[in-house]
Design a protein. Structure first.
Length: 139
């Protein structure tokens, strides 16, 4: 697997690489992402799970997503960095863009769960907005 994108946690114990282009670039404003990030949203990109690999141990935290399905979030058990997540529906990972070695290429195409956005969160008006999860072919 030739990596296109690489990244990792704050302490370096967990590294990841991805060999495919993102299928979506997203800012997620749901309350789970707010709590996970400690900020108003998580900027991330969706990639096929088959094109993603990690080194080092990650810990997983499972929640019930807004859809009612299970969602899992991976973080470094040493430094606590939140790295990526995966929905129960599977097949993809949602990678946190700020954990990339070079996050400068990231450009969000959509804002999702804007109905949960904080009133002080200033969103880019040029980015397409969805109050909840959009149809899977959006963005």
């Amino acid at each position: 697997m030739t990596p296109k994108y690489e990244g990792g946690c704050l302490c370096g114990a967990v590294r990841y690489s991805c060999s495919d282009e993102p299928v979506a670039t997203v800012n997620c404003h749901c309350r789970d992402c707010q709590r996970t990030s400690g900020g108003p949203y998580i900027a991330g990109f969706v990639v096929p799970a088959r094109a993603f690999s990690t080194t080092g141990e990650v810990a997983w935290y499972a929640t019930t997503a807004d859809s009612g399905r299970r969602s899992e979030r991976a973080f470094c058990p040493i430094c606590g960095s939140s790295l990526f997540g995966r929905p129960e529906a599977g097949g993809v990972l949602f990678v946190h863009a700020t954990t990339l070695d070079d996050p400068s290429w990231f450009k969000p195409a959509i804002d999702i769960y804007t109905s949960s956005a904080q009133p002080w969160d200033v969103m880019d008006p040029a980015v397409t907005k969805f109050e909840k999860m959009p149809p899977m072919d959006a963005g």
